[in-house]
Structure formats: structure tokens, C-alpha cells
Design a protein around this ligand. Structure first.
Ligand code: FBP
Length: 553
């Protein structure tokens, strides 16, 4: 297979490790902190996680008191779970290198296509060649990924069966909040069944919403945002050069607006909507569109009929009237075959007795193709697929309507030519930035160290991430301390708490302080492509979100 020059060169990159993991393995001590607690419902957690609850946070350090890493040959299975995120291959490479450094007879297996591979026993043994062919590259193609949730008693039993058949010592789950919740449940289940198979998690997601005191950022967020930042910067430069387009860019991120916010901090667009703020202020879709119209009108007065608007993909879920519409549609409409072939008008007619008058008004106010998206295919749980709704087009339609009115009133004399974009897949498999390459390798190596220390129900962590990699603090935190009880699909479930954008946090405040000015003036910043070599301030920089959250400017 032909490979690019960059790929060849990246194979040679040696990820930087925290000093505590660069030691000879016999020198590493695993220091334990005090007992930990869940975020809420602690008594309930003590029952659900009777064997894994309350364990201490651990840190790797040089010598002294603490657990030592076992040097016996270990058999470990790895799972890549959920959406791709740059750096996944390096987690696996770090895990592999740790295992082989511990004992050359250790073996790493990869479960194929996500957690389903564990349930169905589909796996490969990962060879040195396979690992070397994926070092520092993007994608999850080494073993594939998937979104199967291990939920039913049969799936748990089948997972244990697979682990027994392969005589595994541990399973490493590389995933987001739901997958790591699954890891915690598996760790508990294995102990309950008398099995000694350990389960360790690693924090993955471009969305950046798996974050807390112990996880400063999830891997992949850095590279994905840098990739989108490059593209948005290019659009902004095109906008300012051609002076004729307004670019409306929807960005992945599910419910959280971290990606949109980070891209705004990197590129300084004219408008960036933040779903969490819209929810907190209970803003209607009309007022959200109105804030974009304000910017367009003000810029038109200066003769600037161009601009850039960033929109988080989860936005519609946070606008009160659309939130209600979605909830009512989830209850009222099956989206099933009976509706197939009917015109939109006929479907709307059929709906009018089943949803509220407000929801009908909201649907009818939308452009026909967008209204159709709300009524289209459902996800496997029968819910509206919010991430598939083209919010950027919905907003463009509303903005156009408002501008027409303003034109009639003589309050707008500009020319509005919109272009819509959706960025998500473009960034999920990019070559990991140096930050993600290093971070992921450290997480993988750390996962090995947690397994070799005999721990289970932990997530591999590295903190102090704005410092050079050598100063990162590697260790592990019990998954239960990141969990609370939430209502999911009608039942109370223990889950890892998602981190949404904190409106009192420094990243949001930094953006909010600029936005009135950005709405009028062109202050675009052009971050350019990710650099893998060069001055460290260019090639090893971190996201603005991480820098600001860690107290930097
Ligand atoms: P996870 O990391 O939570 O799996 O999600 C990443 C993500 O890219 C989201 O931003 C996006 O909404 C979703 O995956 C898209 O999923 P799919 O790949 O199934 O289209």
C-alpha cells in the first residue's frame, strides 16, 4: 500500500512521555491517595459498585513507598469505542510498548469494531508490525470501532466468557463517557463473578466533554479543533478576500459546545453560538437568529457583506421551543414506514392532533427541508436524530426572512449570500498533533502501568498538560468518582458526568469579552495547518481551552 511522505515521517516520531513513565519499570512506584467518593448518591453507588467503589486516586512516581509494577507476562485486550478521535492508535502503541517492556512474552489483543468485538469474541493479536504501521497516525482502523453498549446480562456474561477464553488479565476500553461508564460496570461485574480480569479506561472524544479534575482534556479534542480551526481560518480569509459570502459553519460536538468555543477562540469569527448559554438564558430560535442578523446589519453598514458564524451541532436541543418539539416528536411520532411516501404537508396535518400548537408553529416556521429532517428517520431508540438536523440551514432561512423584512423597512441595505458547511468527520481521523500523539501514548503506557499494578475500575490520566510532557503527572483515577445517577431512557442509571461548557469558566468568559467587537469588525485569526515539526510554540501548543482552564492567557 502506498503511504504518504508525512506518514513515513510520522512513523519515526517518538512520543514524549511523562518523566514518571520514562523510568526503568522497576523504579516506578504507584502512590495511593485517600479514599474517593462518587459525585452524588454515594450510598447508592456503594451498593452498585460494592467491590470497586471508593478506591484511591493513584500517581506514578520514582521509587519509595507504593505498589510496584508486576513484570509477569500479561494478556490484555483493547477496545476502541465510539466516534474516531485522533491519537487512538497511539494509545494502543503506548499500551503495547508498556506491555512488551514489562515482559516480552506479554500479548496485546484488539477487539474488532468496538465493544461488540468483546461480546462476540472477535479479536486479533496485535503484532509489532501492525503497531508500527499505525504509530502517530489518525483513525481507528487498526481494529475498528463501534457503538455497541454492553448492557444486557447476556452481553456481560459473553464479555466474561471471551475474557476467559483468551485468558486475559485485563481489558482496556478507549472511549468517551458512556464507554468508560461501561468499563466501570464491567470491572465490577468481573469481580462479582469471581474473575480477576481488570478493566481500565482511557478518555477519548473529540467533543471534549469527558473532563473533570482528573481528566484535563479528552484525547482527540486538540487535533480535531486544530483541524477545524485551520478550515475556519481559511474560510474567514476567503470571506475577507472575496467580500461576498457569509459562512455558516456547524461543528460536531454533540450536546457540548466545547469544539465551537475552542474554534471561536482560535479563529475569532463574527458570531459563535454557545448552546449552554442559549439554554441558560432560555433564548428562542428567533432571538438566536436575531443575534446573527444584528451582526450582518452592522457589518453591512461598513460595506462588509461577509462574515463567519459558528454553530455547535447540539444547538437545537437547547432552544426551549425546539427542545419541546423534539420531546413531543419523540413521544408522538414513530417516523415509521406508515409515513413514507406522504408529502410534508400531509405529515404535518397528521401530526397536528398529536403535538402542541407551539410545536406545530415551530415546525411550520421552518424551511420545508428542515421540517422534514425533524420528521425523518429515527435513531435505534426511536428518537429524532438531532445531530443530523442542518441547523446552519435552518438559521440561514430565518436570517434571510428577517433581512427581507428589514430591507422592506429600509433598515438593511446589504447583500446577503450565505454558504453553509458542516465540519466533523474532517477532523476525527487527522494525523494526531504532537500534543495528542504524546498524550495518547502516555495514556496507553499509563493504562499498562495500572494493569501491572493490579488495579481495576480506573481510568488512565495525565495532568499538568500545559507543561512540557516530561512534567505531566501520570496516574489513574477510579471511574466511580466521576459518576452520578442520571435518568436515561426512563431509568435511573449510574453514568460518568458529562462536562458541558461552563459559563463561569475562563474559556467562555474570554470569548464573551470579545464578541461584541467581533460581531462588527473582521478580527479573524488564521491558525493554519497543524505543524508536526518546528518551534515548540507552534508544533507543541495546546488548545486555548486547556490553556485558559489551566490559568494561562
Ligand atoms: P463520541 O466520541 O462521543 O463517540 O462522539 C464523537 C462524534 O464525532 C460526535 O461529535 C458526533 O455527534 C458523533 O460522533 C457522530 O457520530 P457518527 O460517527 O456515528 O456519525
Amino acid at each position: 500500500m502506498e503511504i504518504s511522505e508525512l506518514q513515513k515521517a510520522r512513523y519515526e516520531y517518538k512520543p514524549k512521555l511523562p518523566a514518571s513513565l520514562s523510568l526503568a519499570l522497576d523504579e516506578i512506584a504507584v502512590k495511593e491517595g485517600g479514599p474517593t467518593e462518587a459525585l452524588s448518591d454515594r450510598e447508592e453507588f456503594k451498593k452498585i459498585f460494592a467491590r470497586t467503589y471508593g478506591k484511591p486516586v493513584v500517581a506514578f512516581s520514582k521509587g519509595g513507598e507504593g505498589r510496584k509494577l508486576s513484570r509477569r507476562a500479561l494478556r490484555v485486550g483493547a477496545i476502541l469505542s465510539g466516534g474516531q478521535a485522533p491519537g487512538g492508535h497511539n494509545v494502543i502503541a503506548g499500551l503495547y510498548d508498556g506491555l512488551k517492556a514489562g515482559n516480552p512474552d506479554s500479548a496485546l489483543f484488539g477487539f474488532l469494531d468496538g465493544p461488540g468485538g468483546l461480546v462476540d469474541g472477535k479479536h486479533v493479536e496485535l503484532s509489532a508490525q501492525a503497531i508500527d504501521a499505525h504509530r502517530n497516525t489518525g483513525g481507528f482502523d487498526i481494529i475498528g470501532s463501534g457503538r455497541t453498549k454492553i448492557e444486557t446480562p447476556e452481553q456481560f456474561a459473553a464479555s466474561l466468557e471471551t475474557a476467559k477464553k483468551l485468558a486475559l488479565d485485563a481489558i482496556v476500553v478507549i472511549g468517551g463517557d458512556d464507554s468508560n461508564t461501561n468499563a466501570a460496570l464491567l470491572a465490577e461485574y468481573f469481580l462479582e463473578k469471581g474473575s480477576d480480569v481488570k478493566v481500565i479506561g482511557c478518555p477519548k472524544t473529540i467533543d471534549g466533554d469527558l473532563k473533570n479534575d482528573f481528566i484535563e482534556t479528552s484525547f482527540g479534542f486538540d487535533t480535531a479543533c486544530k483541524t477545524y480551526g485551520e478550515l475556519i481560518g481559511n474560510l474567514a480569509r476567503d470571506a475577507g478576500s472575496a467580500k461576498k459570502h457569509w459562512h455558516f459553519v456547524r461543528l460536531m460536538g454533540r450536546a457540548a459546545s466545547h469544539i465551537a468555543l475552542e474554534c471561536a477562540l482560535r479563529t475569532k469569527p463574527n458570531v459563535c453560538l454557545i448552546s449552554e448559554e442559549i439554554e441558560a438564558k432560555a433564548l428562542s430560535l428567533e432571538s438566536v437568529a436575531g443575534s446573527i442578523v444584528d451582526s450582518i446589519v452592522k457589518r453591512a453598514v461598513k460595506g462588509d457583506d461577509f462574515g463567519v458564524v459558528l454553530i455547535p451541532e447540539g444547538l437545537v436541543e437547547f432552544v426551549p421551543e425546539i427542545k419541546r418539539l423534539i420531546a413531543e416528536l419523540n413521544d408522538a411520532v414513530s417516523g415509521d414506514a406508515a409515513d413514507e411516501g406522504l408529502s410534508l404537508e400531509a405529515r404535518l396535518e397528521g401530526l397536528s392532533s398529536r403535538v402542541s400548537a407551539e410545536s406545530m408553529r415551530a415546525l411550520r416556521a421552518m424551511p420545508a427541508d428542515i421540517a422534514g429532517e425533524f420528521l425523518a428517520d429515527r435513531d435505534p431508540h426511536g428518537n429524532v436524530q438531532v445531530s443530523k438536523i442542518q441547523t446552519e440551514k435552518l438559521l440561514v432561512g430565518m436570517v434571510e426572512a428577517r433581512l427581507r423584512e428589514l430591507k422592506k423597512q429600509g433598515a438593511y441595505k446589504g447583500k446577503f449570500t450565505p454558504q453553509t458547511h458542516f465540519f466533523g468527520y474532517e477532523g476525527r481521523c487527522a494525523f494526531p498533533s504532537n500534543f495528542d500523539a504524546d498524550y495518547c501514548y502516555a495514556l496507553g503506557f499509563g493504562a499498562f502501568a495500572l494493569v501491572a499494578a493490579g488495579l481495576t475500575g480506573y481510568i488512565s490520566c495525565a495532568r499538568n498538560l500545559t507543561a512540557p510532557a516530561a512534567e505531566w503527572e501520570a496516574g489513574g483515577a477510579p471511574l466511580t468518582m466521576m459518576m452520578n445517577i442520571e435518568r436515561r431512557h426512563g431509568a435511573q442509571k449510574p453514568v460518568i458526568k458529562k462536562a458541558l461548557v461552563d459559563l463561569d469558566g475562563r474559556p467562555f468568559r474570554a470569548f464573551a469579552a470579545l464578541r461584541d467587537d467581533l460581531a462588527v469588525h473582521s478580527r479573524y485569526v488564521f491558525p493554519g495547518a497543524i505543524q508536526y515539526w518546528g518551534p515548540p510554540e507552534v508544533s507543541d501548543d495546546v488548545t486555548a481551552t486547556l490553556r485558559l482552564e489551566r490559568g494561562g492567557e
